[in-house]
Design a binder for this molecule. Sequence first.
Ligand SMILES: [Mn+2]
Length: 558
Amino acid sequence: MRLYPVWNIAHDDQYEGLVDALLTSRGLTRDALKVGPEVLHPPELLLDMSVAVNRLERAVRGNEKIVVYGDYDVDGVCSTAVLMDFLERVGAECGYLLPDRHKDGYGLKPPGVERAIDMGARLIVTVDNGISAFEALDLAADRGIDVIVVDHHQQLAELPRALAIVNPNRRDCEYPFKSLAGVGVTFKLVQALSGAFLEGDERRRYLNDLLDLVALGTVADVMPVLGENRLFIQRGLKIMQETKRPGLRQLKEIAGYKDKPLKTTSLGFHLGPRINVAGRLEIPDLALELLRAANDGEAAQMADGLNKLNARRQALQREGVQEAESLVGPEDLARDRIVVVLGEWKLGIIGLLASKLAEKHSRPAVVCSEDAGKGIYVGSARSIPGYDISQGISTCAEHLVTYGGHPAAAGFSLEADSFEAFRLALIEHANTHIRDEDMQPSLDIDLMLKPADLALHTIEQLSELEPFGNGHEAPIFGLHDCQVVSVRKIGKDGLHFKAELEAGGRRCAALWWNQGAVAEVIQPGQRLCAAFVLEEDTYAGDGAVQMVIKDMYPQENS
Ligand SMILES: [Mn+2]
């Protein structure tokens, strides 16, 4: 039944105050978790901000056409929505373009510049992309079009040619918080620019009301829930609860949040995927149109369309995982420390397939698919802690056409003829750089809980630390000596595991999603070690709490 052979317990000793012990083991202070306006840095600390603001103000006042060029993922769509919202609000001549993942690929390219020029652009603003758009930006400069880059991706060796590059991650930018999403940087631009058009309470309210979009993009881009992002997410969740945007209202409703409070995870797992799916299977414009919808009637139709598309994505993903899985044999797993498969999948889901394979086999996974009819393969890779997949892939650069990414996730493209050489080179690299222990699934546990804290007061204390999310997850606790009182399966076909456990004289319900079979091998009276997240048991009510099990094993020597 044990899923993780290794439990990394950050705090294994007795503790006095639960919250203090948690903060210490995370290397955080109460100050670091503040969400007041004092955590915001002046937008002017971003290099080139004043150049960008002045040029945009001139364009708005002079009725010059501004074209916003975004991206096809949630962050890119939300960034575009935020800037368009402001430009329209102040009466600018403006329009937007989003790339089609299947036709255009990622980022602004020369044909994108041509399209903007065809729309009459005098000024292009790239949001959530642009830092590596060398060729496109050279073309724009040659054609006399100004470009403002608003991005958060790492710069490559050089900076592209642009009028202004607003990006906390350009090497010469000293902005103190580097983990803004694209939509976070876009918000900072609007914050600075709004000073020229709005004032006082009106400006403050306007900026505040943008935070629903900022929160959605930030969480979906898996940015840490720390620093400025904490404020964006905490405020953004509140704004979204009562959002004025028909699109977000309908999206919430179709995702099951009509009367249910939103959490960070709601954005990441329920709202985000329904926005993302537009660019994965069709075009991202469908998602942007939803966010920009003017009334509930049209928004409801659009949300319904995206919801259906998302169901199709889930089905495609299920089939894809099975098919990819069938290409991985036991002999491959015995020999190779990385999974590399080639098939015919929609490009929008290969990253999702790579994630599933990496998770299942506890090793990096690379999924390649042919870019229909072009003789080019496109690949997406996901890694495990301890192996930098982006670096691994770049050592195989001689076989590749394009590549880029982060230690945990990367993408690339190559000629069909180069695939076998690339595959062997990458496996060779992985086999020499991944250690046995890197492939052992491990679970990070914050601390060993006192049985007395198996209670509602713990949940109340933890609420002080919210919002949780990437970089600051809901705490996982460990507990020894849990005696099984009763055990059963619940849900359709007995899918889930449910038990009543007793520790230190306290009884507590335990629920383990998708692990119903474990109920067959556990008997009342047995003692267990459990790792779990503590939640309020809203089903039982009356202040009861429930352990949502992450892992568990029988305790033998006690
Ligand atoms: Mn982004």
